[in-house]
Design a protein around this ligand. Sequence first.
Ligand SMILES: [Zn+2]
Length: 507
Amino acid sequence: MSQKIRTAIEPTREENYAEWYQQVIKAADLAENSDVRGCMVIKPWGYAIWENIQRILDGMFRETGHKNAYFPIFIPKSYFEKEAEHVEGFAKECAIVTHSRLEDDGKGGLKVAGELTEPYIVRPTSETIIGESFSRWVNSYRDLPLLINQWANIVRWELRTRLFLRTAEFLWQEGHTVHETYEDAMDETMKMLDVYAEFAEKYLAIPVIKGEKTEGERFPGAVATYCIEAMMQDRKALQSGTSHFLGQNFAKSSNIKFQNRAGEVQYAYTTSWGVSTRLIGALIMTHSDDNGLVLPPKVAPSHAVIIPIYKNEEERENIMTFVKEIQHALKAISFDGNPIRLEIDDRDMTSSEKGWYWIKKGIPIRMEIGPRDLQNRSVFMGRRDKDAKDKQTLNFEQVITSLAAILEDIQDNIYHKAVELRKTYTQNIDSKEDFYKFFTPKNAEQPEIHAGFANSHWCEDTACEETIKNDLKVTIRCIPINAEPEEGKCICCGKESKRRVIFAKSY
Ligand SMILES: [Zn+2]
């Protein structure tokens, strides 16, 4: 009988991936469910990841000419009704404010009162209310392009929710821009898709595929939706960001008109694009292992922890003096343009307990300092991307001179692991039989981790997309932007196809 290796997280990914995900979040203390159904409480360690994501993305948005603004959380129902497809797409998941106050019900409780003449929708996305402002801000071609971003919370009344991946309320940013021409708006759409892809790969260490959504998966009201798709460790796809080319649809419904260079009044072209706290879910599922969270150093709340190990007060004093010396020297060191973010864990716990505490929280580097390390002016260092027992001794000078490079190495290492995983589980599949076999779990009751991305031909007919979705719960994740044209036969109906698309199960 083989003995099971004990892991810090139970169950393991292989045993029950969905439950493993919840346990990783719990062990890292990232977030918890609240009494408000589907709404999460983001705890400090989780929120700090979001703040790093915000800070970096915000810099990238400014770099590309965007400015931040803020618009109301409530959208009058009449605004919402203006764009027919948009209403249809979001109608089933809206939170609606219908009353304005509470009154004594005479039984010791409260009753709702003050019915509003027009209900407000709690924003599920802000195209319609921002469009209303834009219609007043844009009058001439000289006002364009108008490049605005908003950091906000939104509400989509989801029935089946999961921390970070799908919650009724979530945090996000939504970019909204207005342009003179079709080409300008399309350039913007693609530019922001590139910004998202760069951010995901460089900072979150998540390899992504840039592509276009099929008509059936498009944002309601958009002319075209582009996305970045990533493969999680259970080989399902996670849509991690979207950029929408809205053409003149929303300009027409919101009346965004301007006088063009020829002196004529015309409708503008708009775009919108967003990423959300879902990125934290993507990060957890891409990198974490059976011992808990693994964080890309560039967005980790802290880069390293020092764990002093001592038996008495005298040892403690001497070791803490050395710890402070390291802390001071590291103040002059930066990683990715920011000072090293350091934790010192001097709590009254065993060093092993502390070690595992930080492993589960995903901190990239752990440095233990005991009496013997102090004598040698060295630390015993463990990396989160390596086995928990795989540690090495570094002397004081090495810590100071190599810490940033080690963080960079961890960042690269976890990125390449993710690239390898995607490579291993992506296949070109050309026969319908193989395709169905690829996506059918052996045990339907408790589907094991299997399948991945299938690169297969599609005839561009929505009916084939629907058939595959109904049969296998598999969807076309995207039509990759840089896919080479290739003649082939649709995986579903066998008709002519011009290129391969990516099929996968998804979150
Ligand atoms: Zn077909």
